[in-house]
Design a protein around this ligand. Sequence first.
Ligand code: GLU
Length: 514
Amino acid sequence: MDHTSVRVRFAPSPTGPLHMGGVRTALYNYLFAKKHGGAFILRVEDTDQTRFVEGAEAYIVDALNWCGITPDESPQLGGDFGPYVQSQRNDIYKPYADKLLASEHAYYAFDTSEDLENAREAAKKAGLPGWQYNHITRSSMKNSLSLSEDEVRQRLDNGDPYVIRAKMPRNHEVRFHDEIRGWVVVNTNNLDDKVLFKSDGLPTYHMANVVDDHHMEISHVIRGEEWLPSAPLHVLLYEFLGWEAPKFAHLPLLLRPDGKGKLSKRDGDRLGFSVFPTEWKVPNSDETFSGYREDGYFPEAFINMLAMLGWNPGTNQEIFSLEELVKAFSLDRVGKSGSKFDHDKTKWFNQQYLRSKSNSELAELIKPTLDANSVSRETSYVEAVCGLIKERATFVKDIWAEGQFFFKAPQSYDEKTVRKKWKDDTAEVMTGLAEVLSTIDPFNAVNIEAQFKSFLETKELGLGRVLPNFRVLVSGKGAGPSMFEICEVLGKEAVIQRIQSGVKAISALKASAQ
Ligand code: GLU
């Protein structure tokens, strides 16, 4: 195999939606490929038909596209090494299983599931739990190593169901170099005789994975740590088939926020955050799992956050665009230990990306929400609102939640402010303030602030007596961005009108409460 060109693959099984750990694996593969000018391939590993889930492949493709980590070769895009779905490659695998049989690196096994269950039970009774089909137990099972040649032939001729198992050599040290973990050494005495070919005539993951990685000229296998125990078998299969193995890199796990165990798909709902990139509606059920896209995250923020879960740039820089990640990424900066997922940090990333967007980009993003609320204002106005609110927002939807008073006069007034700050003379004070405001020209933040301050001085009023009430009248809220800037954006007429109608409404409220 030509190792000068980097070819990596992301090889999910379409057994459900892609967990964010899977997205991170795809991302690291993508970054590695792009960094080395190589190809990033999507291969769908659907050899286990019993776990096939309708819609999962489409979900994976859509999620990767949303994240911006689009493959160079895939079932959808094709490529020189297709097909890219294992169930469409069925004819490719069997000859290699036959080759392994011929070289005695594999054997036929005829055991029924009952036979296997009995063997397991017997071992348990004898105080040996964790029974395995291996170099010791295989001699007491029904396979082409333990049965006579005649019987084997007869069973095959009869069409008896069989699987093909890998024959693990006895006491052999398998060594391989993992790009993240260094040397990994495993003695074959600790490995079982894995099934390579199933009785349904399809290869297992191990067989198909190795054959495809070879055929697709994969240079580096970058995948989750959960596949590390399979790697020695894969290394042996390459050896048995006379092929050069790709390089391996097993990524650390994504851990739950408390660090206790792997982040699982159920954790999200339990702990109040999404574990999937996009929403997943479970087929034929009412169940839906939430996703980062629908939660309002920017894909760039989601990807940036994931990149930092397991990899570090060696500097304090935290914000990276995808292009910057490509430049900075290297496998030797991927850690060995698991990384804890941090929901607050994830929100922080989104906030940073939101802040870095221009007011006009944000105005564009908020437009659908304005339309949905039947609000239509000139773009420059919407941009000014976004400029004022963006420091207080984590998501685009917060701009609406925090800033809808810019589009609609308040219908209610922050209860706490009214209760604590609205005194008997407030109505008069605020009417006086409205009069002062009406004289300001041009009506901009600097002038408004100056006039407001001199109003306080003349009337000998403290800021705390006036500002909260001013805010609640104009915005309905107890907190928000600078009042002077809010007023400038709203314009003189709207501000004065809001003070006047608010004074009436609150006075009426207070009167009825007495
Ligand atoms: N099909 C495996 C999975 O679902 C792929 C593992 C690998 O990358 O070798 O994750």
